[in-house]
Write a protein that binds this ligand. Structure first.
Ligand code: KG4
Ligand code: ZN
Length: 344
């Protein structure tokens, strides 16, 4: 059995965790930064980086204290090395390098997206490769065929905004506050999903990709029309997102061969309405369906430690000069999607 220390700092959560190769979460700790970013209505990179500096080492001390372990007990140190806000990524990666050097432990540079992609295997010991993954977060909206550790085939990506980004922008437009995803989900519960006619960009298209920028603009027009209650706009927006996610996932299912499960991960996968719509699709297609618990969908270090455990078992470790990367696609061979030049 291996014990992996995982560190995460790529966006606005600072986190540390100790996870074993047997899927036991020995300790995990997380410090959010919502209060620091709220006055600006979004994540401010410079503020995030400084907050990671403040929080990271105390969180590492905390997981050691809670587990009763020390650095000597750890088999490897895994840290997110990208993609993400570079100042934050550097904080976690440098902390990981320092601990690896001090403890004489192997370093594992984890791609944050790989953390999300493998997190369902931490949640479910029976989930075997290959599976179709809908990865929906603040920075990404992708369909990936997960064939093994380090073997990811990107089938679709967004040509403009990510799904979480669309939630965050909609929350801002409707004055629902920050962070936006949970606020829109909550408001949508009190609204009518059929009240506002909103577009479903790329739905039914042969192109496999996602698009959410037009939806956001339509939300702005609906708001400015003064015709609709914010709750109805939120509910209609969420229904449009769900319809797009289901349509694109259905199309991807047609293009892949035999898979063991339909899996959803990433921060947006903590949304109950999205989770149940995907579950219904899986039932319809007679597929197993795996959605990690909500806390494992939003950013955390247990998924980074777990990805580290999977890589460690495969003999994949990294040198101490491994770089921090703002952009780092999971599937380096994926063809560029139309207009998607700025997305990792
Ligand atoms: O995976 P994550 O924690 O960080 C990134 O890697 O981006 O995802 C954060 C995104 C944010 O856009 C946030 O608004 C969205 O996930 N999110 C949600 C919900 N909770 C978080 N979106 C919709 N419904 C939610 N309940
Ligand atoms: Zn994430």
């Amino acid at each position: 059995m291996a014990i992996i220390l995982g560190l995460e700092s790529s966006c606005d959560e600072t986190a540390a965790a100790l996870v074993t190769s047997e899927r036991e979460i020995l300790a995990h700790a997380l410090a959010g930064q919502e209060a620091a970013h709220r006055p600006f209505g979004g994540v401010v990179p410079e503020i995030a980086a400084r907050a990671h500096v403040d929080a990271m080492t105390p969180l590492v001390a905390q997981v050691f204290e809670e587990s009763g372990l020390s650095l000597a007990d750890v088999d490897a140190v895994a840290a997110t090395a990208g993609p993400g806000l570079i100042g934050g990524v550097m904080v976690g990666l440098m902390t990981g390098k320092g601990l690896a050097l001090a403890g004489g432990k192997p370093l594992i540079a984890v791609n944050h997206l790989e953390g999300h992609a493998l997190s369902p295997r931490l949640a479910d010991p029976d989930l075997a490769f290959p599976y179709l993954l809908l990865l929906v977060s603040g920075g990404h909206c992708q369909l990936l065929l997960v064939e093994g550790v380090g073997a990811y085939r990107r089938l679709a990506t967004t040509i403009d905004d990510a799904a979480g980004e669309a939630y965050d922008k909609t929350a801002k437009l409707l004055g629902l506050g920050f962070p936006g995803g949970p606020a829109v989900e909550e408001a949508a519960k009190a609204g009518d999903p059929k009240a506002v006619p909103l577009p479903r960009p790329l739905m039914g298209s042969d192109e496999p990709h996602f698009s959410f920028a037009g939806l956001k603009s339509a939300v702005l027009r609906a708001r400015d029309s003064g015709q609709y209650a914010p709750e109805d706009i939120a509910a209609s927006f969420q229904q449009a997102v769900i319809d797009c996610l289901i349509d694109r996932t259905e199309q991807a299912l047609e293009s892949v061969g035999d898979i063991n499960a339909l899996v959803v991960a990433g921060g947006v996968a903590s949304n109950a309405a999205i989770r149940s719509a995907l579950q219904a699709l899986a039932v319809n297609e007679s597929l197993n369906y795996i959605a990690p618990p909500p806390w494992l969908c939003t950013d955390n270090a247990a998924m980074i430690a777990w990805a580290g455990a999977e890589r460690f078992a495969a003999g994949l470790t990294d040198p101490l000069d491994v770089p921090a990367r703002a952009r780092w696609p999971l599937d380096a061979d994926a063809a560029k999607a139309r207009g998607a030049g700025v997305k990792a």
